[in-house]
Design a protein around this ligand. Structure first.
Ligand SMILES: Nc1ncnc2c1ncn2[C@@H]1O[C@H](COP(=O)(O)OP(=O)(O)OP(=O)(O)O)[C@@H](O)[C@H]1O
Length: 341
């Protein structure tokens, strides 16, 4: 669906050249939610703006739906852009227009008849959950509602691709989650390809199928979200993964476990994919004559299944402990013994 080959963007500034995007290759599939994560200045905004040619790449090719975006005539580019919509961190709504009028705006520009516009706006208001707010002005809406208007407006022309530029960064955590749920819903209902940029791993964890990690203009790591969670190789990726898997106090907590629970073994289980939903601990207690204490745990859901860690203390006779460990090592969880009395 979206293919980038050796894309570079170099800005000339008074202080010299800035390589905002440095030789990036990406392949994003139809119907996928693809996340690009990086800290401020990594080049994410420049890269996402290159996708709809708001920024022209210095070199390299950008192909969307089979069209080489750099080679399109101005007319063809306008047509291609109708299929690529965008939502923004600060919503970019028209403040003097009501919700209905904001959503209708792209349809008016495209020259749709009034009756068709009314019908489409009604559908979109339902789709994004803004029933009863059509006559309100943006200033009368909460942040989450404003972003819903932004999403409805972006979907008006039935795009194939939705670009999200830090679309939830201005929202509180609860509202962020409700907007992310809405993005998943429209991705599934409309088979829409979504590309989003963010600096929050929570956003990637919750809704993306695949992720690219950017640092200094380059994509330093890329892959299925669960695989990246499982095997982050770059230090920056490890930092991002920690944001959602490890409470900050983990190191201290482990030290405390060891001093408080000196008997048996303290084991860290890491669940990736299907196993987290299965009654592993019950099986352990029933079959292996050991006592299990759950010390701390955090299991989170990703688009590709659960991911998380659980710290447990296992107590029992040495043979029972050995059998229990053998069982744990045989199932699809990663097992790390962090203390052995
Ligand atoms: N128009 C421009 N002219 C010169 N330099 C630019 C321009 N736009 C971006 N840059 C530079 O390119 C680099 C990447 O910027 P970009 O905004 O793409 O990063 P980002 O990851 O989106 O960061 P943020 O999340 O803070 O927006 C930065 O060093 C920035 O200063």
């Amino acid at each position: 669906m979206i293919n980038l080959q050796s894309v570079r963007k170099v800005f000339q500034t008074k202080d010299g050249e800035v390589k905002a995007v440095d030789t990036v290759d990406l392949n994003i599939k139809q119907g996928e939610i693809y996340g690009i994560i990086g800290y401020s200045g990594a080049g994410k905004s420049t890269l996402i703006r290159i996708l709809n040619m708001l920024e022209r790449p210095t070199s390299g090719t950008v192909t969307i739906g089979g069209k080489n975006m750099s080679e399109l005539s101005p007319k063809k580019l306008r047509e291609a852009r109708q299929e690529i919509s965008m939502i923004f961190q600060h919503f970019n709504l028209l403040w003097s227009r009501t919700v209905r009028e904001n959503i209708a705006f792209p349809l008016e520009i495209a020259g749709y008849p009034k009756a068709k516009i009314k019908q489409r706006v009604d559908e979109l208001i339902d789709l994004v959950g803004l029933e009863g707010r059509g006559g309100s002005y943006p200033s009368q809406l909460s942040g989450g509602q404003k972003q819903r208007v932004g999403i409805a407006r972006a979907l008006a022309n039935e795009p194939k691709v939705l670009l999200c530029d830090e679309a939830t960064s201005a929202l509180d955590p609860k509202t962020t989650d409700s907007i992310l749920d809405l993005l998943v819903e429209i991705n599934q209902k409309l088979d829409l390809t979504i590309v989003l940029i963010t600096h929050e791993m929570h956003v990637i964890r919750k809704i993306c199928h695949r992720v690219a990690v950017m640092e200094q203009g380059r994509v330093v790591e890329e892959g299925d979200v669960l695989n990246v969670f499982k095997n982050p190789t770059e230090p920056i990726t490890k930092d991002f993964v920690k944001q959602v898997t490890e409470p900050e106090e983990t190191v201290d907590t482990i030290k405390q476990f060891i001093s408080e629970f000196p008997e048996g073994r303290i084991v860290q289980l890491t669940f990736i994919g299907g196993r987290a939903g299965q009654p592993l601990i019950t099986e352990l207690i029933r079959k292996y004559e050991v006592d299990v204490n759950i010390l701390q745990g955090k299991i989170t859901q990703t688009q590709n299944g659960p991911y998380g860690t659980l710290f447990i203390q296992i107590k029992g006779t040495e043979p029972a402990l050995a059998r229990a460990m053998e069982f744990l090592n045989s199932v699809q969880v990663e097992v790390e013994v962090i203390h052995n009395a």
